[in-house]
Design a binder for this molecule. Structure first.
Ligand SMILES: C[S@@+](CC[C@H](N)C(=O)[O-])C[C@H]1O[C@@H](n2cnc3c(N)ncnc32)[C@H](O)[C@@H]1O
Length: 238
């Protein structure tokens, strides 16, 4: 039992990255960062920029999307199941590979840091995705998760969209307890947490700066985790 909310594929075989729901909406998704989401992006980016100076290179973003965060943070590599989003990420200079985080085509022990920014709530198997990240990280490597927590006002807002059939949000969002549970199962220990985006959904009017620690009122939470000292990549059950 992994604790993952699995879809009916129940495994890696048979999954088709070309069927990504993001393909049809790739341009609209990317445009959001310069229009409605401009300030939200700036606030989230600020929280991520706070942690990056300490991270060893090279860097990978799992679920790189159109490469907005990757470009702004200096992440060199990206993997994503949406070919249309990757086409845009390529124009931003990111080295991209079509695929899923659950079976990422990169060598073991290669990366110094792996970013996973609002992806866990879209992935088919979040624990498997985190175990792959564990495999690809070298000694002393860190994982950086940026996520909208289920218990936050933003999580509730997106969860309501999911329930009304929005094409992006076809999986449940996760609580802080669930995400830290996934990390533990994948062999990570949480080292640092910060919170930002305390303005209400659709009411973002001013710049914000991250606060240390976890807060259920924050719309965006950054979790840094390292490989647990005595981990052996979980139980081996994937
Ligand atoms: C909300 S977008 C976030 C994109 C980017 N990280 C950002 O913050 O702009 C979610 C992304 O997760 C990707 N995704 C969905 N399932 C995935 C999986 N199993 N492995 C890796 N990426 C996945 C989607 O294709 C999409 O690009």
């Amino acid at each position: 039992m992994t604790g993952e909310k699995q879809n009916k594929d129940n495994g890696v075989a048979g999954l088709n990255p070309a069927k990504s729901p993001f393909n049809a909406l790739a341009s609209a998704y990317d445009a959001w960062f310069e229009e409605k989401g401009k300030l939200t992006f700036a606030i989230e980016l600020e929280a991520l920029q706070e942690v990056v100076p300490l991270l060893p290179k090279p860097w990978l973003e799992v679920g790189v999307g159109s490469g907005r965060f990757a470009q702004a943070l200096g992440i060199e590599f990206g993997v994503d199941p949406s070919s249309k989003l990757l086409d845009i990420a390529k124009t931003r200079g990111i080295n991209v590979v079509l695929g899923r985080g659950e079976d990422a085509p990169f060598d073991s022990n290669f990366f110094g840091a792996i970013f996973i920014i609002t992806v866990l709530c879209f992935a088919d198997f979040p624990v498997r995705l985190l175990r792959e990240a564990h495999r690809m990280l070298g000694e002393g490597g860190k994982i950086v998760i940026g996520e909208v927590l289920l218990e936050s006002p933003w999580g509730q807002y997106y969860q309501a969209k999911r329930k009304s059939g929005h094409p992006f949000y076809h999986r449940d969002f996760y609580s802080y307890t669930e995400i830290t549970g996934f990390l533990k199962q994948a062999g990570f220990s949480v080292e640092k947490v910060s919170s930002t985006l305390f303005q209400e959904p659709c009411e973002v009017k001013c710049m914000e700066y991250p606060r240390a620690g976890i807060s259920p009122d924050a719309g965006f939470t950054v979790i840094i985790a390292g490989k647990s000292l005595h981990s052996s990549k979980g139980s081996g059950v994937i």
